[in-house]
Design a protein around this ligand. Structure first.
Ligand code: GLU
Length: 451
């Protein structure tokens, strides 16, 4: 036989690196998954023979396009836009759109790859995709954002569809931007369909979609703590970020009787030793979302609190850590500090916030550590429920949706236990999530043959 189907892990990763030069985030995401999948498929010939992992790590397609728009001063601005359609073996491509200056093809490929496993874990029929642009919404007027969204959709519309690819929000894209993009999609195609999720309630959106990612990350945390007959009540939590995910994670921690002592943004973190109460969270939501302000201003509004410029909050002693900002915001040394300070559980609200070194530290310390693809899946899960409601032309009640979100997070936790229980009271949630997500997508791919 000329070609061996069994490439070993190192050869596989060398190939991924060679084929994706200058794409470190994508390589990192693939490696984190491959570390677990290689052990799982060691004795499963068919996955090797059909090159399943190699195929999942090669996006179905990457669409790159120019986005031109006119700023308020009349200057013509040019940005790059992308849609990465990673895998649609188990449903239409699904995943958010990110507008942030750090967006590159590598970042979107890693996010679309992660999304493939995350969406499989929800149990809903959704494939994996992601899109976005290096457009920086910070400091732009609402009209500028509208014009950018319209221009972005003028290309994107031909690649998406309710049964093809259903984008949503992510960093820099919230309800307002989804509105502008939905309006433009409808204007071009004359179709009112569930082509985007995260829509407003008046025009096909779902209740609790806004809260779902943050709440879901805390439900997952509760499920993890329950394996040790413990709970959030009375625990001190350190949270990074101050956007939609962070503020709703904080809200749920407070509702469950925990104490949140930090929030952050790209300029630094605030420390509030008395605890960030619901009133304070409401202030942050209004300040960050509506006024587009800095988290630093929290200290002027609430005396007795401190701002730490240029720092992340992982040095503040805590029981629980919830990284809810962005990728690679929690590095190996931060993980070592958290472990040394006695942190017992980490639930990721962001996508890949912990770097590979940090992941290895958490695994070695055997603490309760949930990777984002498991713990932050609540957002896309409610997006999936929004799609169902749109298809059925109906709307479920808040109580029904809350229960469905809780059930889905409990289901993901159970899947992680199935594949990640290492015995002796330790669950490797990274391994559990990777294998459960992979298996579902892989088995669907096997059914389709070589396509
Ligand atoms: N951007 C979110 C995520 O990372 C949500 C995606 C969606 O709702 O499609 O999962």
């Amino acid at each position: 036989m000329a070609i061996s189907d069994h490439v070993d892990f190192n050869t596989f990763m060398e190939g991924v690196k060679r084929r994706n030069p200058y794409q470190p985030e994508f390589v990192q995401a693939v490696q984190e998954v491959a570390e677990d999948i290689y052990a799982f498929i060691a004795d499963k010939e068919e996955y090797h023979a059909q090159q399943i992992l190699r195929r999942i790590a090669e996006p179905d397609r990457v669409v790159s396009f120019r986005v031109c728009w006119e700023d308020d001063a009349g200057h013509i601005r040019v940005q790059r836009g992308w849609r990465v359609q990673n895998n649609n073996a188990i449903g239409p491509y699904k995943g958010g759109i990110r507008f942030h200056p750090s967006v590159t093809e590598s970042v979107l490929k890693f996010l679309a790859f992660e999304q493939t496993f995350k969406n499989a874990l929800t149990g809903l029929p959704m494939g994996g995709g992601k899109g976005g642009s290096n457009f920086n919404p910070k400091g732009k007027s609402v009209r500028e954002i509208m014009r950018f969204c319209q221009s972005f959709m003028t290309e994107l519309y031909r690649h998406i569809g309710a049964d093809v690819d259903v984008p949503a929000g992510d960093i820099g894209v919230g309800g307002r931007e989804i509105g502008f993009m939905f309006g433009q999609y409808k204007r071009i195609t004359n179709n009112f369909t569930g082509v985007l999720t995260g829509k407003g309630l008046e025009w096909g959106g779902s209740l609790i979609r806004t809260e779902a990612t943050g709440y879901g990350a805390v439900y997952f945390l509760e499920n993890m703590l329950a394996t040790r007959a413990d709970g959030v009540k009375g625990k001190v939590a350190v949270i990074s970020g101050s956007g939609n995910v962070a503020t709703h994670a904080a809200e749920k921690i407070v509702q469950l009787g925990g104490k949140v002592v930090t929030l952050s943004d790209s300029a630094g973190f605030i420390h509030d030793p008395d605890g960030i109460t619901q009133d304070k969270i409401d202030w942050v939501k209004a300040h960050k979302t509506h006024r587009r302000g800095r988290i630093e201003d929290y200290c002027a509004a609430f005396p007795g609190t401190t701002f730490h410029a240029g720092k992340t909050p992982w040095g503040v002693p805590c029981d629980l850590a919830l990284p809810c900002a962005t990728q690679n915001e929690l590095l190996g040394d931060d993980a070592r500090t958290l472990v040394a300070n006695g942190c017992i559980a980490v639930s990721e609200g962001a996508n890949m916030p912990t770097d590979l070194d940090g992941v290895h530290v958490f695994k070695a310390a055997r603490l309760l550590y949930a990777p984002g693809k498991a713990s932050n899946a609540g957002g896309v899960a409610v997006s999936g429920l929004e799609m169902s409601q749109n298809s059925g032309r109906r709307a479920w009640s808040e109580a029904e949706l809350q229960q469905m979100l809780k059930d889905i997070m409990a289901g993901i936790h159970k899947s992680c236990l199935t594949w990640g229980d290492q015995g002796g009271g330790y669950v490797d949630y990274v391994k559990g999530a990777n294998i459960a997500g992979f298996k579902k997508v892989a088995d669907a791919m096997l059914a389709f043959g070589v396509v």
